[in-house]
Design a protein around this ligand. Sequence first.
Ligand SMILES: Nc1ncnc2c1ncn2[C@@H]1O[C@H](COP(=O)(O)OP(=O)(O)OP(=O)(O)O)[C@@H](O)[C@H]1O
Length: 264
Amino acid sequence: MSEHSTIDPTDASTERPERPTAVTVEGLDYAHGDVSVFADLSVGVDAGTVTSVVGPNGSGKSTLLALVAGVLEPDAGTVTVAGDGDRTVGYLAQRPEFRPQFTVRRTVGFYCSLVAGGQDVDALLDRVGLTPVADRRVGALSGGMVRLLGIAQAAVGDPAVLVLDEPTSGLDPEMTRRVAGVVTDLAESGAAVLVATHDLHLVDRFVDRVLVLDRGTLRSTGSPADLRDATGADTLDGAIAALTRAGGSDGVAVSAGLDGGVSR
Ligand SMILES: Nc1ncnc2c1ncn2[C@@H]1O[C@H](COP(=O)(O)OP(=O)(O)OP(=O)(O)O)[C@@H](O)[C@H]1O
């Protein structure tokens, strides 16, 4: 059975009632054709937090995000998403594409027109810091500005869950900080933000909880500090390396002191 349904985010039966679960993945199987990516994966994502999916290339980060966003359908298992608005999940793909001849305001306005009740375009542009380039053509934006535009598009309709695939890849440190600030602001407003990234420096500074994936297996979950403590590593880099094949072994599954434990 597969489903991409909704639950009540205020449900008192959730694991951490002070931060309700916004995404519940249970018994997920998925294969790209004959390439099996997930077999019986289960994980949750809390509202009001930034949760980062990290792991080596090919570990399944983008596939997991696309499944949570509803872009892909599970072969088996369920992805349950909180929220009952017009739009429950906003998604920024790894390589977002927009019409280059449209202005920033027209692009965001188009997406705003698709949600019930509309949305204040200028307020959204302001929120992501794009007001100064609102009248610029998308084709003339820097890579960082395009990511901010992508985040604005994902945030249209105030979805309960935002899924952002590598929103800072290729950005300079200043633009990375800007994007991280926007992402943090969205989580502080109550959204569950799920971010795939290879930028462990960013994860260490801005992320509440980390999901460590390796070859489709959830190796560990916890805050960056939890992961360092549990592995005895000085840096998050070292902790992730110890938990995945990048550590030179098969990766060590660690659960001590971590929330959510380790999948099979
Ligand atoms: N369209 C596809 N067809 C076949 N196999 C695919 C497809 N997309 C991804 N895969 C495979 O699925 C696995 C997971 O890929 P995925 O892109 O989810 O990993 P990732 O962790 O996001 O990688 P990266 O860090 O390189 O972006 C990999 O083995 C990849 O080769």
